[in-house]
Design a binder for this molecule. Structure first.
Ligand code: PLP
Length: 388
């Protein structure tokens, strides 16, 4: 098998910065090029047969009946809100610690993100959701943070009781399962991302799984300018919409990637468990919570930088100097200027703020060897110890 070399850190280290499209190493370059070469004569470039095949295979794999491919996870969230008619004056309850796209999708539909804090497993604190519901609330948007599934039972029970819809942000949770059932198999609307830094990639891309068939039809229209094709060849435009097509090239890559999902996630889980073992009891660290059905998108412990007499910037620099990439997922969103303008401020969500200040994402990707994990752990301990 020919392997595609990934760009390395400047010093040539084997452990790379954690945002690379590293899944491609799992496929031979011939396989990918063969798939790409095959598409030119077919005339399928966007929303063609490969997209339908990808949608079918994706739906089968996660166990849903209805799914559409779109060009990003962000668009999957935006479209789902739009398909539910969420707009100006409406509110959507979601987590304060997530990627910007989650609350950006709400704001881009001119609705207000009503944020709640997370628990110590980094997922939205479901017990705080009800207090955030107002007469304007239209939906609850839980985020399966780092691939750890949110306990969905109470979320759906609350939504039913209050007449709300649920949109799950499953960007981290491809292949994750809640109580033995795949995320996406039974949700109301569930949005996935296939950005290169996610567990499975189509380069850019996303998908949306639906419980309601009627909503699939609307979302498919919203994916392409609100157009409905008429019998006889004409079209009508039922409502204004933008464009969120999944390209057939992406779909072809996705079809190949789907076949590797179990393998990818099994490897990620093994690596994450090795981190947990190796870092067990390390001082100044809070390790992420493991749990059944975890897809291990991120391995992000909290570091007590104060106790280590270190800043995060210096910590990341020191790790880089050892050829080890480290990231931040995520700063607390409510403290960004755009969301402060909505009235949020320091102290609103203490857990999200603590995570935002202390979180460090360590390398986690399928080509890592067990010895890479050990090297990262040694570097981390040493960096923290040295600073004191
Ligand atoms: C990556 C991500 C998204 C957006 O997905 P894109 O495909 O990058 O648009 C949404 N929510 C979360 C939590 C993410 O991590």
């Amino acid at each position: 098998m020919t392997r595609i070399d990934l760009p390395l850190q400047p010093n040539g280290s084997k452990v790379q910065w954690s945002y690379l499209p590293r899944q491609f190493n799992e496929q031979s370059i011939e396989e990918i090029l063969g798939r790409l070469r095959a598409f030119v004569p077919t005339g399928d470039f966007t929303l063609g047969k490969p997209v339908r095949e990808f949608e079918d295979r994706f739906a089968r794999l996660i166990g849903t009946r209805h799914a559409i491919g779109v060009n990003s996870g962000t668009d999957a969230l935006k479209l789902s809100l739009k398909a539910l008619g969420v707009g100006p004056g409406d509110e959507v309850v979601t987590a304060a610690n997530t990627f910007i796209a989650t609350i950006g999708a709400i704001a881009e539909n001119f609705a207000r993100p009503a944020l709640v804090d997370c628990t110590d497993n980094f997922c939205m604190d479901v017990s705080k959701v009800e207090a955030a519901i107002t007469p304007r609330t239209k939906a609850i948007m839980p985020v399966h943070f780092a691939g750890l599934p949110v306990d969905l039972e109470p979320v759906y029970a609350l939504a039913r009781r209050r007449g709300l819809r649920v949109i799950e942000d499953a960007a981290h949770a491809m292949g994750a399962a809640c109580q033995g059932r795949r995320i996406g198999s039974q949700g109301d609307l569930v949005a996935f991302s296939f950005h290169p830094n996610k567990n499975l990639t189509t380069i850019e891309g996303g998908a949306l799984s639906f419980a309601s068939e009627a909503e699939v039809e609307r979302a498919e229209r919203l994916r392409f300018h609100g157009i409905r094709k008429l019998p006889g060849g004409g079209i009508d435009v039922l409502e204004h919409a933008g464009k969120s097509n999944l390209a057939d090239v992406s779909a072809r890559i996705g079809i190949a990637q789907l076949q590797k999902l179990e393998q990818f996630n099994a490897r990620r889980t093994a690596l994450a468990r090795r981190y947990l073992e190796r870092l067990d009891g390390a001082s100044g660290l809070r390790l992420p919570v493991d749990g059944p059905g975890h897809a291990w998108h991120l391995f992000a412990p909290l570091v007590d930088f104060g106790a280590a007499q270190l800043t995060r910037a210096r910590f990341i620099e020191a790790m880089h100097a050892r050829g080890i990439g480290a990231g931040i997922h995520y700063q607390a969103l409510h403290l960004f200027q755009a969301y402060r303008r909505l009235g949020y401020r320091e102290g609103d969500f203490p857990n999200a703020e603590t995570i935002g200040e202390r979180t460090v994402t360590l390398p986690l990707f399928t080509q890592m060897q067990d010895s890479d994990v050990d090297r990262v752990c040694d570097a981390l301990r040493e960096t923290i110890r040295r600073a004191k």
